[in-house]
Write a protein that binds this ligand. Structure first.
Ligand SMILES: Nc1ncnc2c1ncn2[C@@H]1O[C@H](COP(=O)(O)OP(=O)(O)OP(=O)(O)O)[C@@H](O)[C@H]1O
Ligand SMILES: [Mg+2]
Length: 240
């Protein structure tokens, strides 16, 4: 379980995240939707401990994690994977090399890495591309590689920032279905940031609608979309 309590983050006089509190159940997919500039990526960087909040508390299960540094921070960071809109893969490495990267950093033996990379290639269904260069892959294939790399070190939490926003509708559905399958199979807790309603509908159990750094509305996806209360949620529904 991930708990955010009264999280604040300002950049100069801009309140990027303002008094956000929410709870993400273990083993669930939680969506955060909002327009460009709403503060979604900032919130994801805070929840993934890449940045520290100016105020508020973050808990993973019952462990307070927002003020960690050094090896304690690294330990928490190793238990999470991240994927992004632009994939953030290494152009200089082939598919297997990209997936191997976090395992090399973690100091696994060559033999272990080889076995694990094969497992991961199968897991995301891209084994036929093991030696391909990135520039020879489609967007959907690149995101599969990024997912395999994110899951290489067996994280508990997967953070997704607009993971399907660069993909066409059919590929989006395929990647979302893969994420959902992996979430079930590996019992992952997933935080999914998006500006696309269909992403929330396809995979999320709960959703928070973010506007101007704050949560405008939050709850079960069905309930929020069937009967939106906030202006922000109504606007997202009309847009989607
Ligand atoms: N490092 C930073 N320094 C200064 N301002 C920042 C920084 N990061 C984010 N911001 C500002 O904080 C606000 C929220 O940005 P954020 O990237 O979190 O929005 P977002 O909801 O992810 O938008 P998008 O859908 O376009 O990705 C924006 O006004 C942005 O310009
Ligand atoms: Mg963003």
């Amino acid at each position: 379980m991930i708990t955010l309590k009264n999280i604040q983050k300002t950049y100069g006089d801009l309140r990027a995240v303002h008094d956000v509190s929410l709870t993400i159940d273990e083993g669930s997919i939680y969506g955060i939707i909002g327009r460009s500039g709403a503060g979604k990526s900032t919130l994801l960087r805070l929840a993934s401990l890449l940045e520290k909040p100016d105020a508020g508390e973050i808990y993973f299960a019952s462990r307070r994690v927002d003020a960690l540094s050094g090896s304690a921070l690294l330990r928490e960071r190793r238990k999470m994977g991240m994927i992004f809109q632009n994939f953030n893969l290494f152009a200089s490495r082939d598919v297997s090399g990209n997936i191997a990267y976090p395992l090399e950093i973690a100091g696994f033996s060559k033999k272990m890495i080889k076995t694990r990379v094969e497992e991961l290639l199968e897991l995301v269904n891209i084994a036929d591309k093991r030696r391909s260069r990135l520039r020879d892959l489609s967007g959907g294939q690149k995101q599969r590689v990024a997912i395999a790399r994110a899951l290489a070190a067996e994280p508990d939490i997967l953070f997704c920032d607009e993971a399907t926003s660069a993909l066409d509708p059919q590929t989006t559905r395929e990647v979302l279905s893969l994420i959902k399958d992996l979430q079930r199979k590996l019992r992952l807790t997933v935080l999914m940031i998006t500006h696309q309603m269909e992403v929330i509908r396809a995979v999320c159990a709960n959703v928070a609608v973010m506007e101007a750094g704050a949560i405008a509305e939050e709850g079960a996806v069905d309930a929020v979309f069937a009967n939106p209360q906030s202006k922000a949620a109504k606007e997202m529904l009309h847009a989607g």
